[in-house]
Design a protein around this ligand. Structure first.
Ligand code: F6P
Length: 364
């Protein structure tokens, strides 16, 4: 039997299980392939004893609509930066990639499918350059990966965010309040933008368009008459005022140097009050609700397409490539085309023009 190993890396995302299931189901049609999963991304291979899971039909039964990932994931470390505790108690890192490749050979792994975002696909490229037969599958709710139209998980996050706008509208209208809803997305405003359009928000603040608080105030003022009115602002976690920076905290997690974005909504509330807005303002930070739970149908379909294609790329030996959606096709693109650059919202795009066309203020 030939073996393909599947790993899920980075933050979880609705649709990961649907990809795993699709890989297993497609591989089963080939009779001479078996699928194994590495637990907690590549940690499962590097740990002693090895933590792997046989992924057969029974293991993937009915998982396509489950959130999370049945093989676990991690945002920490990885084969090139494995966290190591120094003798003085501080943490450093070690490159264990050669050891991992040897271990994969020992386990009889012929190919690897790595499902993950930008960070994970950078690791895929590095492993490919070291000779590993690896295929990437793009994943992130942020939709910020280049070379693919969409990543699975994004539409589910947009749906969660839109439902939050819908719910906040009724309470905001009842109380004549302004609600600020903070959405995830890191440096990209995709989730906030789509949810603002779908939910009918008054303002949408995204990292790609730094805002002028006075423009936001002007928009809110137009929504109130003699103290009556309401307003919803969807703000992306990475948004910033003109001349400012995204609100972020240093990460204290060992092995995960990524800044933690938080505080955009609170800062905006403060700025609005400072600018003289009299209405009550409340904030809601959606956080990981956008990542958990059942993937919506669109994401299940895309994830299934990605899983089937990824295994077919293994058969075709299209290593060093990533699965990508190029509507209406799903294609293989070099990993190098996907990493290094981010897919950000273009302020001149149709989506932004559409939002402006229905009166959404971006603070510009
Ligand atoms: O990249 C996905 C994402 O959910 C971002 O939108 C968010 O900034 C980040 O991950 C949160 O990461 P963590 O779960 O590690 O705090």
């Amino acid at each position: 039997m030939k073996r393909v190993l599947v790993a899920t890396g980075g933050g979880d995302c609705p649709g990961l299980n649907a990809v795993i299931r699709a890989v297993v189901k497609r591989a089963a049609q080939e009779k001479d392939w078996e699928v194994i999963g590495s637990i907690q991304s590549f940690d499962g291979i590097l740990k002693e004893p090895t933590e792997i899971k046989i992924l057969d039909d029974a293991a993937v039964k009915g998982i396509h609509y489950q959130g999370g990932t049945i093989i676990g994931t991690t945002t920490k470390g990885g084969p090139f930066a494995w966290p190591v505790k120094n003798s003085d108690g501080t943490w450093g890192s070690a490159d264990r990639s050669d050891e991992m490749i040897r271990k994969l050979q020992y386990l009889g792994v012929d190919a690897v499918i790595s499902i993950g975002g930008d960070g994970s696909q950078k690791i895929s490229q590095q492993l490919f350059e070291k000779g590993l037969n690896i295929i990437g599958v793009p994943k992130t709710i942020d939709n910020d990966l280049m070379a693919t139209d969409f990543t699975f998980g994004y539409q589910t996050a947009v749906q969660v965010c839109t439902e939050a706008v819908d719910k906040l509208k009724t309470t905001a209208a009842s109380h004549n309040r302004i609600f600020i809803l903070e959405a995830m997305g890191r440096d990209a405003g995709w989730i906030a933008l789509s949810a603002a359009i779908a939910g009918g928000a008054e303002a949408c603040l995204i990292p790609e368009i730094p805002y002028d608080i006075n423009q936001v105030v002007k928009k809110l003022d137009s929504r109130f008459l003699k103290g009556k009115g309401f307003g919803i602002i969807v703000i992306a976690e990475g948004a910033m005022p003109i001349g400012g920076e995204a609100m972020a905290e240093e990460s204290v997690e060992v092995g995960n140097p990524n800044l933690k974005l938080s505080g955009a909504a609170d800062r905006l509330l403060y700025e609005l009050k400072e600018a003289g807005v009299e209405a009550d303002i409340r904030t809601t930070v959606l956080g990981h609700l956008q990542r958990g739970g059942i993937p919506m149908a669109y994401d299940r379909v895309l994830a299934t397409q990605f899983g089937v294609k990824a295994f077919e790329m293994v058969l075709e030996k299209k290593f060093g490539h990533m699965v990508a959606s190029r509507h209406p096709e799903v294609v293989a693109v070099p990993l190098l085309d996907a990493i290094g650059k981010q897919n950000l919202v273009n302020p001149d795009s149709n989506l932004v023009k559409t939002a402006k066309g229905v009166g959404i203020c971006f603070g510009d």
